[in-house]
Design a protein around this ligand. Structure first.
Ligand SMILES: Cc1cc2nc3c(=O)[nH]c(=O)nc-3n(C[C@H](O)[C@H](O)[C@H](O)COP(=O)(O)O)c2cc1C
Length: 180
């Protein structure tokens, strides 16, 4: 099972649309996949005591990560980085087992010219620190508001090809890691 994380909780986010595209592409190549939408994190998670005791409502999120064969994170760029909610989610995961040896790939997106490059590179540092296996290829979607149609599909065929290649390539990478 590959987990796709939509890396923001902003209502109506483009990140969620792109994460859903990735989910569909994984399923199209025969991979079991599920989506973690950070907008669905339980309200009980946002209290100072959770660093010790996690609310039961967080367990399905934690379980999905622990059982994942790979994590594909779709991240927007917020203030030159990835969203705080995404770091908070990572900080809430059980340590150290949640990310150790986990295949991990990233897709960045932004309204700006750099397409989430900064977010992805900063996230890669965190996942690398947590001993994940980073997939070598990444994709950056710049000027995101002009790239999607009303149904959340990428308009450009070449970008679609590169997107599908990245996602399918990551599925293959996860299979190889799984087989050892
Ligand atoms: C709090 C916040 C900060 C942002 N900072 C940046 C930024 O530093 N660079 C950029 O290109 N776009 C920035 N944006 C615009 C996002 O790239 C834009 O919202 C895009 O659609 C992707 O994020 P979304 O999933 O929220 O839609 C920012 C948006 C928000 C809400």
């Amino acid at each position: 099972m590959i987990v796709v994380i939509a890396g923001t909780n902003r209502a109506g986010s483009n990140t969620l649309k792109v994460a859903k595209l990735a989910l569909r592409q994984l399923q199209a190549v025969g991979e079991e996949a599920t989506l973690i939408d950070l907008a669905e994190l339980p309200a009980q998670l946002f209290t100072p005591t959770v660093y010790g005791d996690k609310p039961a409502e967080f367990e399905p999120f934690q379980k999905a990560i622990l059982e994942a064969d790979g994590i594909l994170t779709v991240t927007p760029e917020y203030n030159g980085s990835y969203p705080g909610i995404l770091k908070y989610f990572i900080d809430m995961l059980r340590f150290p087992e949640s990310l150790v040896d986990m295949p991990a790939a990233f897709i960045g997106l932004a309204s700006g010219e750099w397409g989430g490059l900064r977010s992805v590179e900063q996230l890669e540092m965190v996942f690398h620190y947590r001993h994940a296996h980073l997939f070598g290829r990444r994709l950056f979607l710049k000027g995101i508001s002009k790239l999607l149609d009303d149904d959340g599909h990428l308009l450009d065929p070449e970008l679609t090809r590169r997107f599908d290649e990245l996602v399918s390539g990551f599925a293959g990478f996860c299979r190889k890691v799984r087989q050892g």
